[in-house]
Ligand binder design. Structure first.
Ligand code: ADP
Ligand code: MG
Length: 903
């Protein structure tokens, strides 16, 4: 494989054989400060943006070629050949022109759809933590340059190739590059062989791979197309298969079905024709007309645009849908399993309470007159005087990955850790100083399965182990408790006292964390044993403002909301009742350890699980079981997640929802949808949009198909009755390809009736069109066809007009009838006038445009000849208007009969 060093102009050649120091020297970077912004800008001019060539964007040309691959075009070309064969030159040429028009419209619309999708893709921007001008900043990974110093954390996606400078238990999933699915450990040791394959370059990280554990620091050695990933993407000219959604697939199958139905009808008509002794030419022409009439030519393109536009609208509401299929699934979702912290709550934490062995301390937001924030037994104390308090804050500051930038009032990192730093700052204890004095030599990153985190910090000739985590988890591994003078044994009774205290604080809605420490001699020692316990800290994390409203909306919409949190029962219960999730205190809160795999549960237990609204102390692994349990009950489950360990459940849920703000990039990769603002209400908005989109799709499918059904019936009955064709093939083509598409598109762009969240979710096993909808298609078709046939017969027989004038009347009655028919597509329960169709401005644009087009057909000289239309007189127009209104008027009268409803 081509490597950067073989290109001859690489930034650093073969960085893996060099020591970290050599790499840094060549990169001309200070590892503690990083590059300056000016230097970075300068380097970007030389090395370019950190982007792969955007080969995935479809070219206009490709989209154009795709237009010709459709069945419709095949049918049309056959029709044109048939016309030429019968010497009907005008019709043949006209059909070819229609093919061109169809292609242009298709091209234009698909371009729009494709470009919207690309716009969506661009919103999934990857950010990375980089040292610039001496401070850590999160920037768009596209702006990285060679020589940048990167801070790495579990859950990140590696955004360029880099040489490791520090690595603490750093594990990387490189499967996308090497095919190896087991995560590999990385180190900083140089490798002495220049031709070491990518998979064995243990001191390098490669763009596109995922950090699944540990932490580290690295210097960027290659960006953009110079990375290993860049080389690969250059080699394999991207030949991704188009990503079809289940809906598109179903619509495709649906098109095939229609073709067969048409084929059947053609045979019946043919048989009748033979029986009636009709001539071949008429029969073939009828067959062509039928084939053209049956296919809803505009359907695929309208579907694509409706989906793409719907997704853009969702993106504007902060929900980025990554997989098209999710739009459809969202509409059918009926269980939302959501995180607590940050989704239901603000994730802005403040320490308000401390519980130490010698008593409780309140932490105030405002400084007292004595200059202290800390109140104990009714009086303010000097935190420096209290040894245990100082020790505890020290643990929280050391065992921490956040940073405060006090002057700028900006904080980076986990809000919980930020809150701890802020509390310590109130006691005048600051992380940069402390970390300088006691440098970190090892870190056990926070693991949500064991709910603990630890760091080993150098203190002269010993190592200070700082541990923080959930109370019960830390107490379990503590043997002593710090008391004024020294440490006392932690017996069962004391342990229970602490657990009680923890529960009490949690019941007040506080998020509780505990601290413990010990000293050891080497970094190889186990951190989680023999610790000395220090006490508890309680933080407030208020519920988000709009959450209770969103939850109420869910209840109206038949959606079950389930809180799934790593936090403890009491805190979870407090928040649940604060936001109206649990209605009374009697609601059962189930703990994660009880969530066994669905196969192991009895029916009763399953029932209990399905009914519970709150699950506490749930580990990421147990989330998977919970998904299984709800699935078994026939639900469509949306599940949120943010950590690396959440990736399996995000993949497993029907809709995996990752947090865009606090979520790891690994979680975002595994998800179907990303919430830019992490908010619960955004999930609800997305579901609402999902429902609207699905409703819209149903509406325009029914709308298009009922028009087609009408045409088939007209042709079919006319040939049964031995009448001339009331509508000619070219006229049908015009209707299907041009004048039908715009109203259908308008339906596809509808913003909904506002009633979507007042009904239960759609049954997910339900097809796009149910039997009821098919009944509707048939009924509407009849309603459209009969008046047209009747007026045709009346013109021919009653008024004794010539065929051409009669056809003009029947064609225009059909065309306008189908236009007004759009108003029949309103929701079952909506008002006669005030409904979502009337309110939809696109509907009026479409009707205006189509009316102009139809007038053009009649009054523009050449075109009217080609379509064989005459100019109706006042009498004619009166007939047309009256007849075309019949489907609408009768449709509104039959309103109460459920037909062709979108539910
Ligand atoms: P949540 O559902 O509230 O986001 P988490 O899985 O993040 O839950 O956390 C579970 C528990 O782990 C928390 O209640 C807390 O006790 C502990 N915890 C959370 N974050 C950290 C951290 N950074 N360091 C140590 N312990 C933590
Ligand atoms: Mg969390």
């Amino acid at each position: 494989m081509a490597s950067a060093h073989k290109e001859g102009n690489a930034f650093i050649e073969t960085p893996w054989v060099q020591t970290a120091e050599d790499c840094l020297a060549r990169a001309k970077t200070d590892p503690s400060k990083g590059l300056s912004d000016a230097e970075a800008d300068h380097r970007r001019q030389t090395w370019g943006m950190n982007r792969l060539k955007e080969s995935q964007n479809k070219s206009t040309w490709q989209i154009l070629v795709n237009q010709f691959k459709s069945m419709i075009v095949a049918v049309l070309i056959l029709a044109a050949i048939a016309s030429f064969a019968f010497g009907d030159w005008i019709e043949g040429v006209a059909i070819l022109i229609v093919v061109v028009i169809n292609t242009v419209i298709g091209l234009f619309m698909e371009l729009k759809a494709v470009r919207s999708m690309e716009a969506l893709r661009q919103m999934e921007q990857i950010t990375t933590t980089v040292l610039r001008d001496g401070s850590a900043q999160r920037i768009d990974a596209a702006h990285l340059v060679p020589g940048d110093i990167i801070i790495l954390e579990a859950g990140d996606i590696v955004s360029s190739d880099m040489r490791l400078l520090e690595a603490a238990k750093l594990r990387v999933d490189e499967s996308m590059l090497t095919g190896e699915s087991v995560a590999v450990y990385k180190s900083t040791e140089p490798i002495d062989n220049e031709s070491t394959p990518v998979a064995d370059r243990k001191n390098m990280l490669f763009k596109g791979t995922a950090l699944v554990g540990g932490s580290g620091k690295a210097v960027v050695t290659a960006t953009g197309m110079m990375t290993e990933l860049g080389h690969i993407s250059e080699l394999t000219e991207q030949s991704d298969e188009e990503e079809f959604t289940p809906l598109e697939k179903r619509l495709g199958q649906f098109g095939k079905k229609l073709l067969w139905i048409t084929f059947g009808i053609v045979i019946v008509v043919g048989a009748v024709g033979v029986f009636q002794g009709r001539d071949m030419v008429t029969m073939i022409k009828t067959a062509v007309a039928l084939a053209i009439a049956a296919i809803p030519e505009g359907l695929p393109i309208v579907a694509t645009i409706a989906m793409a536009r719907g997704m853009l609208r969702m993106a504007r509401r902060n929900a980025i849908v990554k997989k098209l299929a999710a739009v459809e699934t969202l509409g059918g979702t009926n269980v939302i399993c959501t995180d607590k912290t940050g989704t239901l709550t603000e994730n802005k934490m403040t320490v308000t309470q401390l519980a130490l062995p010698e008593g409780k301390i309140d932490v105030h937001a405002q400084k007292s007159e004595t200059g202290s924030y800390f109140e104990k037994d009714g009086g303010f104390i000097d935190p420096g005087e209290d040894a245990v308090l100082a020790e505890m804050l020290k643990v929280f500051v050391l065992c921490n990955n956040a940073s405060l930038h006090e002057e700028e009032d900006k904080a980076v990192g986990d809000p919980l850790e930020v809150a701890l730093l802020e509390a310590a700052a109130k006691a005048d204890m600051h992380r940069p100083e402390l970390a300088d004095r006691m440098p970190e030599e090892r870190e056990e990153a926070f693991d949500p399965s064991i709910r603990k985190m630890a760091t080993f910090n150098r203190e002269v000739d010993e190592l200070y182990v700082a541990v923080k985590g959930a109370a019960e988890a830390v107490l379990e591994v503590s043997t002593h408790v710090r008391e004024d003078g020294g440490a006392a044994e932690l017996d069962e009774a004391k342990r229970d006292e602490w657990l009680d205290l923890n529960e009490k604080m949690a019941r007040e809605g506080l998020r509780v964390l505990s601290a413990a420490y010990k000293t050891v001699s080497s970094t190889d020692e186990e951190p989680y044993e023999g610790l000395t316990f220090l006490g508890l800290i309680g933080m407030m994390d208020p519920p988000r403002q709009d959450v209770d409203k969103a939850i109420e909306k869910c209840h109206h919409a038949g959606l079950r909301v389930v809180m799934v949190t790593g936090d403890q029962k009491e805190t979870a219960g407090y928040i649940a009742s604060a936001i109206g999730l649990a209605h009374n205190d009697g609601d059962e809160i189930i703990e994660g350890k009880d969530i066994r795999p669905v196969e192991e549960l009895s029916d009763d237990e399953r029932d209990r699980f399905v009914r519970s609204h709150v699950f506490a102390r749930v580990s990421p692994e147990q989330k998977l079981n919970l998904i299984g349990i709800h699935r078994k009950a026939g639900s469509v489950v949306a599940m949120t997640g943010d950590g690396v360990n959440d990736a399996p459940s995000l993949q497993n849920a029907d809709i995996g929802i990752a947090m865009g703000g606090r979520g790891t990039q690994v979680a975002q990769e595994a998800s179907d949808m990303v919430l830019k603002d992490d908010a619960f209400s955004t999930i609800v908005a997305a579901i609402e949009h999902g429902r609207i989109i699905f409703d819209n799709i149903r509406k325009f499918v029914v709308y298009l198909l009922s028009g087609n059904a009408g045409e088939i019936m007209i042709v079919f009955f006319a040939s049964l009755l031995g009448l001339p064709m009331p509508i000619l093939p070219l006229q049908i083509l015009f209707l299907n390809i041009i004048s039908d598409v715009f109203p259908a598109l308008a339906l596809g762009l509808s913003e909904g009736s506002g009633d979507e969240m007042n009904r239960p979710p759609r049954d997910s096993s339900e097809p796009v069109l149910t039997l009821k909808h098919w009944g509707g298609v048939f009924g509407w078709g009849l309603l459209i066809a009969v008046p047209v046939l009747a007026v045709f017969v009346w013109c021919l027989e009653g008024l004794e007009w010539n065929t051409e004038s009669a056809v003009t009347i029947s064609f225009l009655s059909l065309a306008f009838g189908r236009l007004w028919h759009i108003f029949n597509m309103r929701d079952q329960r909506s008002h006669f006038i005030k409904n979502e169709i009337v309110r939809n401005r696109y509907v009026w644009y479409a009707l205006g445009l189509c009316t102009l087009l139809l007038l053009g057909l009649v009054y523009l000289p050449v075109i009217s000849d080609v379509l064989q239309l005459t100019q109706p007189a006042v009498h004619g127009w009166t007939l047309i208007i009256a007849v075309s209104l019949i489907p609408y008027v009768l449709g509104q009268l039959f309103r109460e009969i459920p037909m062709g409803e979108s539910k």
